[in-house]
Write a protein that binds this ligand. Structure first.
Ligand code: 5Z5
Length: 278
């Protein structure tokens, strides 16, 4: 703790309490996510260990960088030190657009899609010592996409991420809050794979264009019915046919008809991600 000084709390949410800090050695602004493991059961503790191990393995310009972890036994707190993203999260940006009644520029939507796809390729095609070790995020949503000072997108909060041993896994109920971005196979407790993350990206792109998620309901049961219905309203008319087709491709109900990261990388409008300058 003595290597850092607290600046201010900047976020509280599914990812826990996030505080902006300064590293004393070089004055660099970072953040730490604070978690109290004192009241956690063994499953929750092992999930946090998995999250930190996944974050330490993933090194990519479109994934928030992990720097350090501090365990404070006396307060049973874990602090995960990571990159500061001064642009905040995509959920806040979409809230501002809804409030101001302004559309998100199509060019920005393609930029975010390109960077999220690039980050997901790092996860889905992750290798350790040359051996394929796919990592699924499983909780992709606007609040888990951060923006740096140049409005570049960075995936964060791998709190529900899992290493997909073998090719499929049976779903289990995960996460808290309304699962707007959950794929049909996860909703129906069926076999899922990395294309469940692709479904969530489709929901995020849809919401960037429509300023509301593709499936909305007052409760989880009604939401599950809508997610299973496969009915998706068109994007607002000002967006291109290409964006519309790409979004609907990611939102195909049948997991086998959805694109994988390599298919999306070939979309003509995807820009190449930023170089890692950190
Ligand atoms: C109102 N809060 C913000 O604008 C905000 C800013 C400027 N940064 C953040 C959050 C993070 C941030 O800046 N870096 C992070 C690394 C991991 C996680 Cl889980 C979250 C963050 C937030 C929520």
């Amino acid at each position: 703790m003595e290597n850092y000084e607290k600046i201010q709390t900047i976020g509280k949410g599914s990812f826990g309490k996030v505080t902006k800090i300064r590293r004393k050695a070089d004055g660099r602004e970072l953040v730490w996510k604070e978690l109290n493991y004192g009241s956690m059961n063994d499953k929750e503790k092992s999930q946090i260990v998995a999250e930190v191990n996944i974050l330490r393995e993933l090194r990519h310009p479109c994934i928030v960088r992990y720097y350090d972890r501090i365990i404070e036994k006396k307060s049973t707190k874990l602090y995960i030190v990571m990159e500061h993203c001064s642009g905040g999260d995509l959920a806040s940006l979409l809230r501002r657009h809804r409030k101001d009644k302004t559309w998100v520029e199509e060019q920005f939507i393609w930029k975010v899609l390109g960077q999220v796809v690039s980050a997901l390729k790092e996860c889905h095609r992750h290798k350790e010592n040359g051996i394929s070790k796919p990592i699924l995020h499983r909780d992709l949503k606007p609040a888990n996409i951060l923006l740096d000072k140049n409005m570049n997108a960075k995936l964060c909060d791998f709190g529900l991420a899992t290493e997909l041993a073998g090719s499929h896994k049976l779903a289990q109920t995960i996460g808290v809050g309304t699962p707007y971005y959950m794929s049909p196979e996860l909703v129906n407790n069926q076999r899922y794979d990395e294309r469940s993350d692709i479904w969530s990206v489709g929901c995020i792109i849809y919401e960037m264009a429509s300023l509301s998620p593709p499936f909305d309901a007052q409760n989880q049961l009604a939401l599950a019915v809508k997610i299973n219905s496969g009915k998706i309203a068109k994007l607002p008319a000002q967006y291109s046919e290409e964006l519309h087709r790409s979004c609907h491709w990611m939102l195909r109900r049948e997991i086998g008809r959805r694109p994988r990261v390599e298919d999306l990388e070939r979309l003509p409008n995807l820009v190449t991600p930023l170089k890692d300058t950190r």
